[in-house]
Write a protein that binds this ligand. Structure first.
Ligand SMILES: [Cu+2]
Length: 140
């Protein structure tokens, strides 16, 4: 009996607390054009992120160098609604393949908010890098 109870106490809170966060993929909002909304998320390990193809022509793909060690890269197809479970803590950078150069990127921090601007890889398109820096600087 005791091991079963221990198991239930460990597993049930995790299942009950896992949340799904929706991110819209948009051509435009009040923050500009070619944007994820919201552009920044701070979630807990085990939570899910659902990329909603609100407008056509977008996707959600991991930015190289912005995937935590041991985490799977995110690879969404164009126009596809994609739900991912993020189990590994750390910093995730997401880009829209066709609009990367226009700055269509977002940041997800799983666990503690400890990413720094220095964690953004060098060599990204200028507008993408600028938005990533802005999102990290203005998180709350
Ligand atoms: Cu796009």
């Amino acid at each position: 009996m005791r091991p079963l109870l221990t198991f239930l106490f460990l597993v049930i809170p995790t299942l009950a607390l896992a949340e799904t966060y929706e991110v819209q993929m948009l051509n435009r909002n009040a923050n500009g054009s070619m944007v994820y909304d919201p552009p920044y998320l701070n979630i807990q390990a085990g939570d899910r992120v659902k990329f909603v193809a609100t407008r056509p022509g977008h996707n959600a793909v991991s930015i190289q160098g912005m995937i935590p060690d041991g985490a799977m890269a995110i690879k969404g197809r164009l126009n596809e609604e994609l739900t991912v479970t993020l189990d590994v803590e750390g910093l995730y950078g997401i880009k829209c393949t066709p609009h990367f150069a226009m700055g269509m990127v977002m940041v997800i921090e799983v666990g503690a908010q400890k990413a720094k601007v220095d964690d953004i890889p060098v060599g990204l398109p200028e507008r993408a890098a600028a938005r990533l820096q802005d999102y990290l600087a203005h998180r709350n």
